[in-house]
Design a protein around this ligand. Sequence first.
Ligand code: ZN
Length: 189
Amino acid sequence: MILPIVGYGNNVLKKEAQEITKDYPQLSELIDNMFETMYAANGVGLAAPQINLSIRLIVVDAEPFKEVYPEAEGFKQVFINPTILEYKGEIWSDFEEGCLSLPEIHEEVARPSEVVVRYFDENFVEHTEELSGIRARVFQHEYDHLQGKVFVDRLSSLRKTLLKRKLNDIANNRVRTSYRMKMNPTKKR
Ligand code: ZN
């Protein structure tokens, strides 16, 4: 089932998401729905807050990047209750990110090129893994959603100011997308 995607401005994207246990209701169905939703919107990652659930769950499939970034191949994964244990490598600055919750915005974001992460997979088996290149990039973008952050929060205040109109349009449901978005509550002035 395809779920509506929450847009910038909704409070669920500003909250720190909560850990879950393996008894979380209909977890495997939820994971299937998140993959379906992500593919339908041509995304490479989706975090649960983006479907209005404030829980620590991420799905990724970076396959579309594999022509340019070979390490993307096979990076289809579920991350439950992830934590970043270590940031490593160089700072990688010249990659333009986008986000299903921030349609029509693409900006270069600086992030470490490697991270060591601990997480549970869809069977609640624990893993510790080093991710690098585009894997680290996609993971960190989604991880930010669990911390109540979106990628524009990582831009300089000048760049964020320049995006203000676009961000307001999203927050006030004035963007068109090829995928279904959840309406943001209308703000009082
Ligand atoms: Zn995002």
